[in-house]
Design a protein around this ligand. Sequence first.
Ligand SMILES: C[S@@+](CC[C@H](N)C(=O)[O-])C[C@H]1O[C@@H](n2cnc3c(N)ncnc32)[C@H](O)[C@@H]1O
Length: 306
Amino acid sequence: MMSKSKDLFSFEGYAIPLPLLMATGGGPDTFSVISETHIRNITETCGLGPGMNVLEIGCGIGRDAIPLTKILGPNDSYLGIDIIRDSINWCSSNISRRHSNFRFLHFDIKDQLHNPGGTFKTADLPIPLENSGTDLIILQSVFTHMFERDIVFYLQEFRRVLRPNGRIYATCFIVDPLVLRSARATNLTQYDLSFKFSVGRGCYINNPEVPAGAVAYEYDAICRMVRRAGLLPAQDYLRGGWSGLYENTKDGQDVLILKPKTDSVPSHEIIDAQEAYLGAIEKRLDASEPHYDGTPLPRPTKWKLW
Ligand SMILES: C[S@@+](CC[C@H](N)C(=O)[O-])C[C@H]1O[C@@H](n2cnc3c(N)ncnc32)[C@H](O)[C@@H]1O
């Protein structure tokens, strides 16, 4: 049961300060629906359940951590890391106080949007977890604010801490010509996600004044980063609803499900899905629907998965 007071948002028995909640990128009206969606999707795709050690990067104000306290057992562990000090302090004082197996850590990484006074770069701070002990790593709308060098650093750290059968669940914005065209035409989100600024190597930003405000990648760029870290897609990525191109989507953003690279190649299922999708893009581009605003669209590239 939820209720709202002036400065606090009541969620699952916790009173969350509204200014910290607003820093997660959504408002109180969508907080619990998004939380439920996150947990449902992670459960369906990564087998979330008791007996798991979980790491969450960019945990914010505990939108996922709070429901996870009801899913993980007392001997399981959860570590939440974020760069907003006040959010981490709140999570420690409120969530860890009730659940001592839930720990929260502030990474004082400098970031124009979330921590402008920060001291460190992402690559200065290794994740303080042992090798091969983590079952699940969650990032909800975090790679949507990061650039390649830092994403690769995190992914390499994830490869180190993940168990061989572990999974990474990471949302992001993945663009191709059709997605860009649809996003620019539909403009469904409150953030005006048109990604008109290509900054090279398959990376697009929305606003040059706040480059990390929203960052999108072509799938080939994502695969390059994933490959460099010794990871692989565990399945085809889930298409999100943000661009308006896809129907019946599971999340607003696109979702990567990654695993450590133990086989030499990804499964045929993934390769077939990619071939089919690239073919569909080419066909629809060749039908040459007029571009919505004349902004040049990239040609699709063939994804190199390994
Ligand atoms: C859009 S918010 C989402 C918060 C949370 N995942 C949720 O869904 O409620 C993005 C979060 O990522 C955090 N963040 C941004 N860059 C980060 C980095 N390099 N390392 C860890 N967290 C980061 C921000 O501080 C912010 O809390």
